[in-house]
Design a protein around this ligand. Structure first.
Ligand code: NAD
Length: 358
């Protein structure tokens, strides 16, 4: 069976880094059909919209999307609906991508890059699963109103609505339990159940779904404590599942534990495991076109694509092992370079990963 992959390089370094990830995917000997289309600013320039219908149709017809990055300051004056970043929101919505998976892995070879002491963080390997389409970010009603009674009567008031439906919590719970069952079988659900009704409901559903995964140990933690524990003893976590708001903050915090933005992959999945895979970083206009961007986050995103959308776990392991191997050889792009290692370009890093695959 041939798997179809939509490759959307986007803007800035997106072009250079997806090229390297594509080379890696092509070298695996799998039956893959890869087709590229413009997205973001590049698509706006070529076709007048950051997510043209032809690009969206390609994404929908594919098993997975390999996405580079979008954005450039030159588009900042465009109306919001035409800005490059809208392409990501449009793809999430059109493909129903409700689960965001962000691993935070700190390879022992890069332990010095973290702001935490190496003994606390070296060898870190955790996965943050964030619900992506619900919560206070999308709840209605929202807006600014005039308070009608009480202490603030007559004042203007900003407000949002937090809610989660049973099926919304249930489906993200299943993604998280399934991910945990493929790892160390520990899942920590993060909420604020001591204060928020929505969180207590979230917790109740997590406990219900846990019955279907007896092999996974479920624990609960309040968001404030989780934020502390992530910097105090991050290696105590395996998989963390949380809502959109808390996940937004925790996934960035976890990412920064590793200190290397050029190393962090991510996946966004829908109910049929169709997914969008992209590095956690942006289009880095400051270094675009200079062949110096780190392609490893995108190559590791391609490994996630193999694991989650194509069900090719052995090939995913193979790509991840190749990345480990190049780090072990001391090869570093400029962003992760330190004295005593060998500085390489984007394409040289791609060459080294290809070589390590064989
Ligand atoms: P950024 O992530 O693009 O860059 C931040 C810093 O990290 C820069 O100094 C950059 O050179 C460096 N960097 C990022 N990725 C790197 C890599 N692979 N290798 C080496 N260095 C790397 O964030 P920013 O500068 O705040 O945003 C730039 C543009 O990207 C903006 O237009 C923003 O809207 C957009 N953006 C897009 C996405 C996305 O496509 N998902 C995410 C974040 C930002």
């Amino acid at each position: 069976m041939t798997h179809k992959i939509a490759v959307l390089p986007g803007d800035g370094i997106g072009i250079e880094i997806t090229e390297q990830a594509q080379r890696v995917l092509s070298a695996l000997g799998l039956a893959l059909e890869m087709e590229s289309a413009p997205v973001g600013g590049a698509a706006y320039d070529a076709l007048g919209h950051p997510l043209p219908p032809s690009t969206l149709a390609l994404a929908k017809a594919s098993d997975a999307v390999l996405f580079g990055a979008v954005g450039d300051w030159k588009y900042d004056s465009l109306e919001r609906a035409l800005r490059p970043e809208q392409a990501i929101l449009g793809l999430r919505k059109a493909l129903g991508l409700f689960a965001n998976l962000r691993p935070a892995i700190l390879y022992p070879q890069l332990a010095n890059a973290s702001s935490l002491k190496p003994e606390i963080v070296a060898g870190l390997d955790i996965l943050i699963v964030r619900e992506l389409t619900g919560d206070i970010y999308f709840g209605q009603p929202r807006g600014v109103r005039t308070v009608e009674e009480g202490a603030f009567k007559g004042e203007r008031q900003g407000f949002d609505t937090m809610h989660y439906a049973e099926s919304e919590v249930g489906r993200i719970a299943h993604v998280a339990f399934q991910a945990a069952s493929k790892r160390k079988k520990r899942l920590c659900s993060v909420d604020k159940a001591n204060v928020l009704e929505t969180s207590q409901f979230w917790r109740d559903i997590m406990i219900e779904v846990a019955k279907e995964y007896p092999e996974v140990e479920l624990s609960h933690m309040y968001i404030d404590n989780a934020a502390m524990q992530l910097v105090r003893a991050p290696k105590a976590f395996d998989v963390v599942v949380t809502g959109n708001l808390f996940g937004d903050i925790l996934s960035d915090e976890a990412a920064m534990l590793t200190g290397s933005i050029g190393m962090l992959p991510s996946a966004s999945l829908n109910a049929s495991n169709q997914g969008l895979y992209e590095p956690s970083h942006g289009s880095a206009p400051d270094i675009a076109g200079k062949n110096m961007a780190n392609p490893l986050a995108t190559i590791l995103s391609a490994a996630m694509l193999l694991r989650y959308s194509l069900n090719e776990a052995a090939q995913a392991d193979r790509v991840e092992a190749a990345v480990q191997a190049v780090l072990e050889q001391g090869l570093r792009t400029a962003d992760i370079y330190e004295e005593g290692t060998v500085k390489v370009s984007t394409s040289e890093m791609g060459d080294a990963v290809l070589k390590a695959l064989h």
